[in-house]
Design a binder for this molecule. Structure first.
Ligand code: C2E
Ligand code: CA
Ligand code: CA
Length: 691
């Protein structure tokens, strides 16, 4: 036995010599009973040699390994083979340590193992690190799986290493063995939707990059991802791997899309708005320059829209704008761009113009299309537009100039009586300056005493005697001479100067009527023309009443002529105004009947005293159609107990027609032109017969 022990000790010395002293060595017999251990073994196991020798090697068992583990070991070494493995042992104090173990069997002459030498190295630290690594790996994959973003790691060659659940379901890779595969390989798999294309770009840039990627979804809807790619390099600068994280920004994109839509669209008409227009104009100008083409800008503004809007209300105004935008879309050419700049201003950009006439045709078509009444709610409305046109490059090279000129042309079209188009030419500015000058002069005209009233007799169609007078405004400008009311009344209405002019007319007519009365002349009513704007003013009745009282004028002396446009807005209020005036004993005539909205239902509703048939009907009585219409208008008015005045009577035929139809009064050059107050006074005095 001692011999044997010496033998082993020597053997061990040899082995220790061969191995470094940290190597843990033990020798067991064929059953696993420990025969010898070295110091390193004692150190790590915390047992002394005495405690170990003679013990079963299982004294060190930690209970960690499954029985099959050791069974496999025994099977190997009993066959005389070397066994390698990592074993967890328990030290004397109950703590664990890991050893990398090699067991070498010593064989007897028959080739059967009679002893085993185990050589171990302490790998506890390594194992710990590995376990920690495994743990943190588990933590990481738990973490990335709960993340609301997709996460994926790839190696330097673009092979997938790991992806979180989100990524797998997004790319439909749940049931695909994706690890180690490249995008291309995955794309080849029928179920894998894959579209990461910009990896190489990230590598090239060598830094964190950000891209938007759109991933199509099985049910058609695309989802957009904000993808961050982080390239990771080895210390030597070679590629190591790529970390890819993508956040679903589909909703944000959608909101951005909506915002963009809202930022560039006019919500009322759904047309592009001013901002969109400005960008488009610049874009089209660049293209026109490149292609050496002409571009036309049509600047449109609805006539008297503000007035309709004020009178008929915003809801009606909105409908008109919508209808108008529909019409623009209908008539535009395939390449034309239409926008609403705001309010009642619209534009058409027409690129690739060969011939200026093309644009003129477009403008004419539009004006013509509008030349019919539109039924909106119960109103029959005439919508008209004025159009200013300018051309690139003829009129200017840049957006501002082109727009300025289109605007100037538009102003001219308006100043020239609306419902017109004007093409820019350099003289427009001087013409426009003139309009401003007129406005300025118009404001001063009352103070300067440049206004006069002329009086045109209304004549009894049976007797030829003067039955009334219509006061007609005259503006005798110091330098410009006589200016027709048709030329300045629209401007006065637009600028609001009409209120002071209207008051002036009212008081002048009152004073004139008083003067004739005081001279003992026959009293005939003077009718004054009241513009719709004034009539609609809520203080109109008060102002009118005050004026009559102030001048001691009776209500029979002054009559009022209004046009149909007065009746459109807020009919209840207008009806009240009319009732109040009638209660005061003031007579009201409906002027220019047939030229405006011509609704016979108004006649009934508003119960006015007199109907004035417009000059245009009287002058076209030769036309059988006009003749029939005029006859029926007269009949309807008669049925409503209205007096009838025929306007603009110039010929005997016209007179006879009106007499034959029992039209009570006539007015026109046939009897008398409008004359000065003085002359009219003389006519009253002489009691002339004007027929
Ligand atoms: P209106 O109220 O229809 O006035 C009748 C117009 O017809 C007057 O033109 C008159 O001179 C013209 N006229 C009368 N008989 C004949 C005729 O036989 N043949 C022809 N060709 N014309 C005839 P005027 O004075 O130039 O006035 C034009 C318009 O200006 C008026 O049309 C009226 O709407 C407006 N106006 C005139 N004075 C005033 C005013 O004091 N206030 C307002 N708000 N408008 C006025
Ligand atoms: Ca009139
Ligand atoms: Ca008239």
């Amino acid at each position: 036995m001692l011999e044997k022990r010496e033998f082993f000790e020597k053997k061990l010395k040899d082995i220790e010599f061969a191995l470094n002293e940290s190597t843990i060595v033990a020798i067991t017999d064929e059953k696993g009973i420990i025969i010898e251990v070295n110091q390193a073994f004692c150190r790590i196991s915390q047992y002394s040699q005495e405690e170990l020798i003679g013990q079963d090697h299982r004294i060190l068992n930690s209970g960690y390994h499954l029985p099959t583990f050791f069974a496999g070991m025994w099977k190997t070494i009993l066959r005389g083979k070397v066994w390698d493995g990592e074993v967890r042992n328990r030290a004397k104090d109950g703590s664990y340590y890991w050893v990398k173990t090699t067991i070498v069997p010593f064989l007897n002459d028959e080739g059967r193992p009679y002893q085993f030498i185990s050589i171990r190295t302490d790998i506890t630290e390594q194992k710990k690190v590995k376990e920690q690594l495994k743990e943190s790996e588990q933590l990481l994959s738990t973490l990335i799986d709960v993340m609301p973003d997709f996460v994926c790691f790839k190696d330097a060659e673009g092979r997938w290493l790991k992806a979180n659940d989100f990524a797998l379901s997004l790319y439909r890779l749940q049931d695909v063995a994706y690890v180690g595969k490249t995008d291309q390989e995955l794309l080849a798999q029928a179920e894998a939707q894959y579209c990461m294309v910009s990896d190489e770009q990230t590598w090239q840039q060598g830094q964190v990059s950000r891209v938007e990627e759109v991933v199509p979804q099985p049910h058609g809807e695309n989802r957009t991802f904000d993808v961050i790619k982080v390239p990771v390099f080895h210390a030597d600068g070679s590629r190591k791997g790529l970390v890819i994280v993508g956040r679903d920004i589909t909703e944000r994109k959608r909101a951005e899309g909506l915002n963009e839509y809202l930022a560039y669209t006019d919500p009322l008409t759904n047309l592009p708005n001013r901002r969109f227009f400005e960008e488009k104009l610049n874009e089209m100008l660049i293209q026109a320059k490149e292609k050496k083409e002409k571009l036309a800008v049509l600047y449109l503004d609805l006539d008297r829209f503000k007035y309709v809007n004020d009178i008929l209300g915003h809801a009606m105004g909105d409908k008109i704008l919508q209808m108008f935008s529909g019409l623009l879309l209908e008539i535009r050419g395939p390449k034309d761009f239409i926008a609403r700049l705001g309010g009642d201003e619209f534009t058409i950009l027409s690129p690739g113009i060969q011939d200026r006439n093309q644009v003129v045709e477009l403008a004419k078509t539009l004006i013509q299309k509008l030349d019919q009444p539109y039924m909106i709610d119960d109103y029959e409305l005439f919508i008209q537009t004025s159009i200013g046109i300018s051309f690139f490059p003829d009129d200017g090279e840049d957006d501002q100039t082109i727009m300025k000129y289109a605007d100037a042309a538009l102003h001219r079209a308006k100043a020239e009586g609306r419902n017109k188009y004007r093409i820019y030419n350099p003289s427009i500015f001087s013409e426009t300056k003139k309009t401003f000058a007129i406005e300025k002069e118009l404001r001063l005209a009352v103070q300067k005493g440049e206004f006069h009233l002329h009086y045109q007799p209304k004549v009894d169609s049976k007797t030829g005697k003067i039955s009334g007078a219509e006061a007609l405004l005259r503006w005798n400008h110091a330098q410009w001479g006589m200016i027709s009311p048709a030329d300045f009344i629209p401007l006065a209405e637009d600028t609001g100067i009409i209120f002071s002019i209207g008051e002036w007319v009212m008081q002048t007519a009152c004073r004139q009527s008083n003067a004739w009365r005081d001279q003992g002349l026959p009293i005939v009513p003077i009718s004054i023309n009241v513009s719709a704007k004034s009539f609609m003013h809520r203080d109109f009745v008060t102002i009118f009443k005050n004026r009559l009282e102030q001048w001691g004028t009776s209500s029979e002396q002054i009559e009022i002529e209004i046009t149909e446009s007065c009746l459109l807005h807020n009919p209840e209020e207008i009806e009240k105004t009319i009732q109040k005036l009638k209660a005061m004993g003031v007579k009201i005539s409906l002027d220019d009947f047939g030229t405006g909205y011509s609704s016979l239902s108004y006649l009934k509703k508003f119960n006015m005293d007199t109907l004035k048939i417009d000059r245009s009907f009287i002058q076209d009585l030769d036309d059988p159609k006009v003749n029939t219409i005029t006859t029926s208008i007269i009949q309807i008015a008669k049925g409503l107990n209205m007096r009838i005045v025929g306007e603009g009577v110039e010929t005997l035929e016209q007179l006879k027609f009106l007499q034959a139809h029992q039209c009570e009064e006539i007015q026109g050059y046939l009897c008398s032109r409008p004359v000065s107050a003085e002359e009219f006074g003389k006519m009253l005095e002489s009691e002339v017969c004007l027929l």
